[in-house]
Design a protein around this ligand. Structure first.
Ligand SMILES: [Zn+2]
Ligand SMILES: [Zn+2]
Length: 427
C-alpha cells in the first residue's frame, strides 16, 4: 500500500487519538479522505491480527476503508460496524473553538465537527477492539468488519450505495450491521430501527417581470411566496402533532426551507426596483417509513408547485423508502430478530439502559444495508449529551467518549461470539 505511516501521529491515549482523527478535515465540499484513511490504517496496524483493505469503488479520491478481525468460524455470517469518513461543513467564525482543532476544554469537552457525527464511533470501534485484544486476549467466533465510507453526508451514492452493490460486500457475508445513531439527552441509550427517507425538493417559479413600484398578478416572487405559505402550513400541521405529543419528530413528514435564490444582484446587494422573472427555493423533506411517497408526489405537483401557478419542481430522492418487494425498511426489534436480543443483552452487560427503539429523524447509510435485507441498528453510545450534529459547537464529553468504548467492548464481544442465528432470521 502507499500509506505513509510515519506521517501519522498516534498518541498513547484514546482521547488524543480521537482528537487527532477529528483534526483531519473531512468536511464537505473538500473532504480529505486520504488523510483519514491513512490515519485509521496506521492505528489499525498497531492492533495485532487486524487486516486492512482500501477499496476504490468510484474515483481515486473516494476511498473506502475496510478493517477485518477474522473470526475463528469464518463460515458464520459476519458482523459489520459502519462509520462515515465525511462530515458536514462548519462555519469557524460561529464556533467557540476552531471546529478542526479538536479543542479539549478544562471541563473535558472536545469541540469538533464530527465529534458526534460520527468520528466518535469510527475510533471507538477500534479502541474497543484494541482493549479486547490486549486486555482479554479475546478471539471472535464470527468475523468482524469495520467499514469507513465516504460521502454519507451527501447521500451515499459514491459511498455505501456503491459498496452494498459490490462483489467485495457480498463476499463479506454480513449478517448484522451496527451504524451510527444519535445522542441521548438523558441517561438511556437510544437505538434506531429505521431512518426517514430524504427528499431534496427544489421549486422554481417564473413570472411576469416589472417595475418594483407596480402591483400586478403572477410575478415570480408572488407565485413562489404562495407556495411557501402552503408548504409552511403543511409544516405547521406536522409540527403541531409533535408539539401535542401525538407523534415523535421522526414519525411525521418534516419539511424545512433551506435556501432561497431570488433577486437581481447589484454591486451594493440587490436591485430594489425590479421584480425578478425567476426565483427558486429549496426544501429538506424527510418521510417516515409509514408515509406514502405517491401521496407526497401528488401534493407537491398539485399544491406546492402547480404548473398553473407557473411553477416547476424537482425532487431528488436519495435512497428508497422500501426494499425491492415494497416492504418498509424496518429492522425488527423483538424476539423474531435474534441479533436484537444479543444487542440488548450487550447493553445490559455494559450496565446501560436502553430507551424504546425509535425511527431516526435524519437519514443514514443504514438504509442501504436494510435494502439488502440485512438487519441494521443505528446506535451511538452518547448519553446525557446535547444533540449537536450539524450544529455549531458540536462537542462530546471525553468521559462519554471513553464510556462508549466500554459499551462497544460488550457489544463486539457478544455479537461476535453469538453462535445461534440462522442467516434468514431477523430479516
Ligand atoms: Zn452521520
Ligand atoms: Zn450527519
Amino acid at each position: 500500500s502507499t500509506h505513509n505511516h510515519e506521517q501519522v501521529n498516534l498518541e498513547s491515549n484514546p482521547i488524543s487519538r480521537f482528537q487527532n482523527y477529528l483534526r483531519i478535515n473531512t468536511a464537505h465540499p473538500t473532504p480529505d479522505y486520504a488523510a483519514a484513511v491513512n490515519y485509521l490504517t496506521a492505528f489499525a496496524a498497531t492492533i495485532p491480527t487486524l487486516q486492512t483493505r482500501t477499496l476504490y469503488l468510484t474515483t481515486p479520491d473516494k476511498p473506502l476503508l475496510l478493517i477485518t478481525w477474522p473470526g475463528s468460524n469464518p463460515s458464520l455470517p459476519a458482523v459489520l460496524f459502519n462509520s462515515h469518513l465525511d462530515s458536514v461543513p462548519a462555519e469557524p467564525s460561529k464556533w467557540l473553538h476552531d471546529p478542526f482543532a479538536a479543542h479539549l476544554s478544562d471541563d473535558g469537552k472536545i469541540y469538533a465537527r464530527g465529534a458526534q457525527d460520527d468520528k466518535c464511533t469510527g475510533m471507538q470501534y477500534l479502541e474497543a477492539i484494541k482493549e479486547l485484544k490486549s486486555n482479554l486476549d479475546y478471539t471472535p467466533l464470527r468475523t468482524l468488519h469495520i467499514s469507513y465510507v465516504p460521502d454519507e453526508e451527501v447521500g451515499g451514492l459514491d459511498g455505501m450505495a456503491k459498496f452494498v452493490e459490490s462483489k467485495e460486500f457480498k463476499e463479506l457475508n454480513i449478517g448484522f450491521v451496527l451504524d451510527e445513531g444519535q445522542a441521548s439527552v438523558n441517561d438511556e441509550f437510544r437505538v434506531f430501527y429505521a431512518d426517514r427517507s430524504p427528499w431534496k425538493l427544489v421549486i422554481k417559479s417564473a413570472g411576469v417581470p416589472g417595475h418594483g413600484s407596480r402591483m400586478y398578478d403572477n410575478s415570480a416572487m408572488e407565485n413562489l411566496m404562495k407556495s411557501v405559505e402552503v408548504i409552511m402550513k403543511f409544516r405547521e400541521n406536522s409540527f403541531d402533532l409533535v408539539k401535542a405529543g401525538q407523534a415523535a419528530n421522526s414519525e411525521v413528514i418534516s419539511v424545512n426551507p433551506v435556501y432561497m435564490k431570488a433577486g437581481i444582484p447589484s454591486p451594493s446587494g440587490f436591485v430594489m426596483n425590479m421584480q425578478p422573472s425567476e426565483v427558486e427555493a429549496g426544501f429538506d423533506i424527510r418521510l417516515p417509513p409509514t408515509a406514502e411517497p405517491e401521496f407526497m408526489m401528488r401534493r407537491i405537483a398539485e399544491e406546492w408547485a402547480p404548473a398553473w401557478r407557473n411553477m416547476t419542481y424537482q425532487i431528488t430522492e436519495q435512497g428508497s423508502l422500501r426494499d425491492y418487494l415494497g416492504r418498509p425498511l424496518l429492522t425488527a426489534t423483538n424476539e423474531s430478530n435474534p441479533w436484537w436480543s444479543v444487542f440488548k443483552q450487550a447493553i445490559t452487560a455494559a450496565g446501560g439502559k436502553l430507551a424504546k427503539p425509535e425511527i431516526l429523524s435524519s437519514t443514514t447509510d443504514a438504509r442501504f444495508m436494510r435494502q439488502m435485507g440485512i438487519p441494521t441498528l443505528g446506535f451511538s453510545p452518547m448519553k446525557n449529551t446535547p444533540i449537536l450534529l450539524h450544529d455549531h459547537n458540536e462537542l462530546l464529553e471525553s468521559s462519554v467518549y471513553l464510556e462508549g468504548i466500554k459499551v462497544y467492548e460488550h457489544i463486539i464481544r457478544l455479537l461476535s461470539s453469538f453462535d445461534g442465528a440462522s442467516v434468514s432470521e431477523g430479516r
